[in-house]
Design a binder for this molecule. Structure first.
Ligand SMILES: Nc1ncnc2c1ncn2[C@@H]1O[C@H](COP(=O)(O)OP(=O)(O)O)[C@@H](O)[C@H]1O
Ligand SMILES: [Mg+2]
Length: 387
């Protein structure tokens, strides 16, 4: 299986003035499902196409299975590729589309038929083999493209935004199908997407890119819980992590424009505090915490996104259940481990520990302000007459 190890060493791609990929290095171990994630234009496709041999690296080396393939043509690299556009031949049947590569490699007919039957079964296309692509749904077309990659039996499969033409429901089904197929066949997959949900739910490992460089390379869990930068923090999670500027206060760093309470040691001032919407607790205005005003709420069924203002800064909180709090004053807090500090350049600071905003007295009913889903359990109603 070591023939499916991929290694990029200081790879760069430049087009005249455009630095598409800027000196990146990473290793993909056999059987891994690795995601290249990032906003449009950050260099994901270029990186993938250099691995495939569809673009030539300006500098650096690419190794596949211990072989330097940097200057080898795509056909000699032992990999298959699935594109967003599917790239199916409209005049060929599903069966002919799937075996096209085997045919051009002169694989014997008998073997082609056997492999086709097996793969069609695997991706649930057995009943559609005689159809033309135009007679298929989007999801089925995507499965034909997958089948064509799988039938090649190459140990490495590269996928570039393969699900972006599908509707949301189908995307989520196909996410699970691709993931199941990959682990069943023990394929090594490098998968490009700009969708953080795909990245988090499919990847063993996520490589987050920005401006042609790698911002963070880790498990989905690491990216969520320990974002390396303010950019990584805001790219993973929905709604995005709240980022609030910190200024010097009397007893430490405070949220800019809000003199109390201090939320971090003094030398965090000038940087940013990050707290995810799902980690914010709402408390009555008489309790301990940062004073905030509820601007509006969006009810989503299982939970409510509450829009808050602290001075001139806005932030979002995700509360379980239904809440109607618009117009009210409250205090907010968060578990200490949910507070992330970033310096003035957006880099994570691990040298400082945020201050605790816990409520004193664990027996207080307010210590679990989110228990229950009725709107009155959240903020004491006598303090907040509903208008
Ligand atoms: N063939 C090309 N010629 C010139 N510039 C290109 C070419 N392909 C991509 N680029 C540029 O390289 C950068 C990275 O592109 P790409 O890798 O396609 O980004 P992504 O896939 O992350 O959206 C972009 O600025 C893009 O405009
Ligand atoms: Mg792309």
């Amino acid at each position: 299986m070591s023939q499916s190890r991929i290694r990029l060493e200081r790879v760069t791609k430049r087009w005249d003035a455009t630095m598409a990929v800027d000196d990146i290095s990473f290793d993909v171990t056999p059987g891994q499902f690795v995601i290249l994630l990032g906003p449009s234009g950050c260099g994901k496709s270029t990186t993938l196409r250099m691995i495939a041999g569809l673009e030539e690296a300006t500098s650096g080396q690419i190794h596949i299975g211990g072989r330097d393939v940097t200057r080898l043509p795509p056909g000699d690299r032992g990999l298959s590729m699935v594109f967003q556009s599917y790239a199916l031949f409209p005049h060929l049947s599903v069966a002919d589309n799937i075996v096209f590569g085997l045919r051009s490699r002169k694989v014997p007919r008998q073997e082609q038929r056997q492999r086709l039957a097996k793969v069609a079964e695997l991706v649930d296309l057995t009943a559609y083999l005689d159809r033309k692509p135009a007679q298929l749904s989007g999801g089925q077309r995507q499965r034909v493209a997958l089948a064509r990659a799988v039938i090649s039996e190459h140990p490495i499969c590269l996928m570039d935004e393969p699900l972006s033409n599908l509707d949301a429901r189908l995307r989520s089904d196909m996410r699970r199908e691709i993931k199941a197929l990959q682990s069943r066949l023990n394929m090594t997959v490098v998968y490009v997407t700009h969708d953080q949900v795909e990245a988090m739910s499919m990847g063993d490992r996520v490589i987050l890119m920005q401006h042609g460089t790698i911002v963070q390379d880790g498990t989905p869990d690491e990216l969520y819980n320990r974002p390396a930068s303010a950019f990584a923090a805001s790219f993973i999670g929905s709604p995005a992590m709240n980022l609030l500027p910190l200024a010097a206060g009397e007893q430490g760093a405070v949220i800019q424009g809000e003199p109390t309470p201090p939320v971090a040691p003094l030398n965090a001032a000038g940087g940013q505090l990050g707290v995810r919407p799902e980690d914010i607790e709402l408390r009555p205005a008489s309790a301990f915490g940062v004073l905030a005003r509820v601007l509006s709420e969006e009810y989503l069924g299982a939970d409510t996104i509450v829009h808050l203002a602290i001075g001139e800064h806005t932030l979002r909180a995700r509360l379980t259940g239904k809440h109607a709090l618009a117009g009210q004053q409250c205090r907010i807090g968060w578990p200490t481990k949910a507070a992330h500090l970033f310096d003035a350049n957006g880099r994570r600071r691990d040298d400082l520990t945020p201050y605790s905003l816990d409520l004193p007295g664990a027996e207080s009913q307010l210590s679990s302000p989110l228990s229950g889903s009725s709107q009155t359990s959240l903020l004491a109603p006598q303090l907040y007459p509903q208008h």
